[in-house]
Ligand binder design. Structure first.
Ligand code: COI
Length: 358
């Protein structure tokens, strides 16, 4: 048996659902904190002393009510996964991409960019410390959440005088309720937009995720899994879903909206573009109008948490377009999902060199 003893963090969250890692029911993982891992990494930054960090038990962060992040929102995050491979090893998927995106996000929000070596060391040491929480092959993953926060106090509007980098993780399964292979129903949002040109839609900022909740909660009450946003300027072209990027399929052609600052530059999005080309599809990063989307053969979404999810239906202005057989993942989505996860779990050769051993 694993030796991690279950304990409660002082936040009241029960780590590992009150069980030892050995007792986790790997076949019933959802996407949540039920199986939160007991060790996190925390580093602080001050201009005088630079970065300094270490592993420690998962626990609440101490900060002033006047912390910049609580008042003005200097907060960016990443989403990553560690997986068990067919050979029994633990790997990360393109962690250098997350390190680079966090650096870019830090610049956008006037925070000190954590050096990539520090970021990778933080992530790898956190995964190693919690390796018993990496599910067995194909039964889920260890979801890793790095956060960069302006935790120093300030009253007038300005950047924080000091910063905190945190990495915590939890064993997770499928993001959407119905399970990984169940297609999702999406509704196109008609009132709100996710991001405007010149804003921070391309940054993985916490502030991009709270404004979508009002719409997402209403959509969920009506039975939709998530919401698809159109561009703020013309209300015509697809942007992204609250939690993931989007692709359309028509014949042999796969199209995804281009990165012009309003869409999150997803690591899975980027990888799927490359994998789909390798599979022989013509892949274009180009504007996709809602009319084109409603006439597509298939639609699927991508993200670290979501992986690849087939869209079962898209509802726009009261019209519902069904894709494929009800309840069955569509063909191209399934092929891309299989190709990506086979690579990530080293069931096939990682010809791109995307996997990093932990
Ligand atoms: C991820 O896919 O890792 C994200 O950060 C999206 C989040 C809404 C779960």
């Amino acid at each position: 048996a694993e030796t991690d003893s279950a304990h409660s963090s002082s936040s009241g969250l029960t780590l590992s659902n009150g069980h030892t890692a050995a007792e986790i029911d790997w076949d019933n993982l959802g996407f949540g904190l039920d199986h939160l891992a007991p060790t996190m990494y925390q580093a602080t930054f001050t201009p005088e002393q630079g970065w300094s960090g270490q592993l420690q038990p998962y626990a609440p962060l101490q900060m002033d009510p006047s912390a910049q992040v609580l008042n003005y929102g200097q907060s960016i995050f990443e989403g990553m996964k560690a997986q068990r491979t067919a050979g029994g090893n633990i790997v990360l998927f393109r962690p250098d991409e997350n390190a680079a995106r966090m650096m870019a996000g830090a610049e956008r929000l006037s925070m000190p960019p954590p050096p990539p070596e520090l970021f990778l060391e933080a992530v790898i040491s956190t995964v190693r410390a919690n390796q018993h929480y990496v599910p067995p092959l194909g039964r889920g993953s260890l979801y890793i959440r790095p956060l960069l926060l302006g935790t120093g106090p300030i009253l007038g509007l300005g950047p924080a005088p000091s910063y905190t980098l945190v990495v915590y993780c939890a064993a997770v399964g499928a993001y959407f309720k119905g399970g990984q292979l169940t297609p999702i129903d999406l509704i196109v949002e008609q009132r709100f937009h996710r991001a405007a040109p010149g804003g921070m839609g391309g940054t993985k900022a916490a502030g991009n995720y709270s404004p979508v909740l009002v719409v997402q909660l209403a959509a969920k009450r009506s039975g939709y899994a998530d919401v698809l946003y159109l561009d703020a300027k013309t209300d015509t072209y697809l942007e992204e879903v609250s939690s993931c990027n989007i692709f359309t399929v028509k014949g042999n052609k796969i199209t995804t909206p281009p990165l012009q600052g309003t869409i999150l530059p997803g690591v899975t999005r980027k990888s799927v573009i490359q994998l789909a080309r390798q599979l022989g599809y013509e892949v274009e990063e180009a504007p996709v109008s809602i009319t084109e989307a409603m006439a597509a053969d298939e639609i699927f979404t991508t993200g670290t948490a979501v992986v690849v999810s087939a869209v079962g239906s898209l509802t726009y202005k009261g019209e519902k377009k069904q894709f494929g057989e009800r309840g069955e993942p569509t063909k191209v989505a399934l092929q891309i999902y299989e190709t990506l996860t086979a690579l990530q779990q080293q069931r096939t050769k990682d010809t791109f060199g995307w996997l990093v051993p932990v």
